[in-house]
Design a protein around this ligand. Sequence first.
Ligand code: DGY
Length: 326
Amino acid sequence: MAPTIIVAAPVSDSLLGMLRAAGRVVQVDDAQALDDPRLNDQIADATGILASNTRRISAGILSSAPHLKVVSTVSVGVDHIDVNEATARKVVVCNTPGVLDGAVAEFTMLLILSLARRAIDNWRAVQTGIWSRGEQLPPFGNDLRGKALGVLGMGRTGRAVARLASDGFGMQVMYHKRSGALPSATTDVRMEYVGRSELFRRADFLTLHVDLNPETRGSVGRAEFDLMKDSAYLINVSRGAVVDEDALIEALRGRRIAGAGLDVTQSEPPPLDSPLLRLPNVIITPHIASATMETRQSMAEMAVRNLLAVCSGNAPEAIVNPEAVA
Ligand code: DGY
């Protein structure tokens, strides 16, 4: 029987065509949740779900899809999917590692540069007439060359950031990862492995590249901000919930740290009355680090290939829970 494929992610017409050639496609628009009772019949028939990272794939959804073989997400992060439940149900979870590293690394550098060179403050000064009235412009920013970049988590995106920062901007890169230093043969980037506390203590810019999981949730909080220099900046392009947001607000308000560049926040979008939106030393963007036309297309293509591979009994390019197959 032809597979039923639920498409809950933006995909191009040509990718939709590929999916339609493989089975019955049910497109779910952004306004409709996957647990909407009007979708019960389609979910009950589903063989595959293609989802963006804004779609919660809960145990409830998985349990109402007895024929489901694969959830393929158009993201590298899988914290929106109940992977344990999927594994228990032998549902393969696929993601899109690799294709977004360049875009995320560029965006990380954009946040670092914007903070270091006060790009937003200066734009505001032009926009509000401070410059044209000859009033005081924002203070000068700082060079990146020679500054210490601390990278927490050294997976693919961490490495891409380290390379850009070191080769492109002459930053001194340090990193920490839970499982210890990388074997030197696996990287050509000049970087120093340091302990976690040392990373927070020495960094001029501290950038987070860790997954969100029970261990990392809220793991960057008051203790870490207390370690940081008061001239240092926090950059987060991973997941908002890795950071204890109340502690961050307190650190920013008290100038315990100099500022933050956040592409991700605890709730997205952040509530309009969040103090984060009113702090002068913060830049927030709407979770767009990987969002270039080219990269999102490559991610969608990889997610579709992963989904179709599993539906036809082949190995996908990226699998999060290989135990589901074993
Ligand atoms: C990812 O791929 O996880 C990015 O956060 C974009 O969704």
